[in-house]
Design a protein around this ligand. Structure first.
Ligand SMILES: Cc1cc2nc3c(=O)[nH]c(=O)nc-3n(C[C@H](O)[C@H](O)[C@H](O)COP(=O)(O)O)c2cc1C
Length: 342
């Protein structure tokens, strides 16, 4: 397939396959690993614009990134043009981000209660004003991640995308499901195709890509400029490599056990370090100040996916999921990897 770089404003992304923002998952260690395996663009976890505009210390911690992650988008939420523009200025001043992405598709109450996330789809004019304020506040590209609608009866992405383009956004990341469907179920390729035809800014399609063939299918059937992978990357950062091979006509070699183990070690150690640094400024009651335990617990959602990718993995095997220390977790993973049938 003929693959073009993804051009978002002044930013050229050589390989047009991105990692979707996922709260609780897309922290720095995982983003670094995905970038290494041909992921073209990563996003921070969703971060509160009001708090960024105030440079709240705890929130600024979410915006820490590593040079090897670039290009990276700061993914933010808010409902007020001034605070979103203020946050954008702060983000640009850090000098570590390549674009600013506004969340316009998240249905979780923590965000919608504030009039942000998918609620912004209800008022395309307000969204246009927000985009105008934010894109005139910064020189890096501003984008929007959104949905096809709030529900099947409220599919207004056509008006929303028009307003977003009018407001000066440089691209739209379009999760082709309505917000009511959350993160599963059929993906509306017809709508992706329609929005791509209606708009001139790049459209990046998202939803349901769990195999390399799904990526080529979405690109071919809809004409979108790039694609974005979410859940299928959890525990499988190699999916970007697999998609890269598939789209460029090369043969793909899945990770060996050693490589898989190496990535697990790196991911868990880096997560532990990140949480330790973060907890110096936030006293977390739930872990009673034990960042190692917090890291092991947070890592379990990744680990179960890393392990389920191994042929012959026994799903009932619980030791790696119950360990309370980094060394204990890794020892249990080694035992499991060594003991599994080849
Ligand atoms: C656990 C989880 C957290 C997510 N958090 C966000 C988020 O903070 N912002 C956002 O725009 N989308 C979020 N999403 C949606 C994903 O970015 C993506 O649009 C969705 O998972 C569809 O892609 P997929 O079918 O490839 O997983 C989240 C999805 C999951 C599963």
């Amino acid at each position: 397939m003929n693959i073009s770089p993804l051009q978002i404003g002044n930013l050229a992304i050589p390989f047009p396959v991105c990692l979707a923002p996922m709260s609780g998952y897309t922290k720095r260690p995982f983003r670094v690993i995905c970038r290494r395996y041909h992921c073209g663009l990563v996003f921070t976890e969703v971060t509160n614009a009001n708090a960024i505009a105030r440079r709240a210390k705890r929130t600024m911690h979410f915006l820490e990134s590593a040079p090897e992650e670039r290009p990276i988008a700061a993914h933010i939420y808010g409902a007020n043009a001034d605070s979103l523009a203020g946050a954008a200025e702060v983000i640009e001043s850090l000098g570590t981000f390549d674009l600013i992405d506004i969340n316009c598709g998240c249905p979780v109450p923590k965000i919608t209660r504030k009039g942000a996330g998918v609620v912004l789809m209800r008022d395309p004019e307000k969204l246009r004003d927000i985009l105008q304020a934010v894109s005139s506040a910064v020189s890096i590209p501003v984008t929007v991640k959104t949905r096809t609608g709030i529900s099947q009866n409220q599919c207004n992405i056509s008006e929303v995308a028009h307003a977003v383009e009018e407001g000066g956004a440089s691209a739209i990341f379009l999760h082709a499901r309505v917000a009511d469907a959350e993160h599963s179920g059929p993906v509306d390729l017809d709508m992706l195709k329609r929005i791509k035809q209606e708009r001139t800014i790049p459209i990046i399609g998202n939803g349901g890509i769990s195999e390399p063939e799904h990526a080529s299918h979405m690109l071919r059937e809809t004409g979108v400029d790039g694609v974005m992978v979410g859940q299928a990357a959890i525990g499988n950062p190699w999916i970007f490599d697999a998609i890269h091979c598939h789209l460029t006509g090369r043969s793909y070699r899945p990770p060996s056990s050693d490589e898989r183990y190496g990535v697990i070690v790196e991911h868990l150690h880096q997560l532990h370090e990140l949480i330790e640094l973060g907890e110096r400024s936030r006293k977390r009651k739930r872990t009673r100040g034990n960042p190692e335990l917090a890291a092991c617990r947070r890592f379990r959602a990744h680990l179960v996916k890393y392990l389920s990718g191994i042929p012959g993995w026994r799903h009932g095997w619980s030791e790696p999921m119950e360990a309370r220390t980094v060394d204990g977790t890794l020892a249990a993973v080694r035992a499991a990897l060594g003991a599994r049938p080849e």
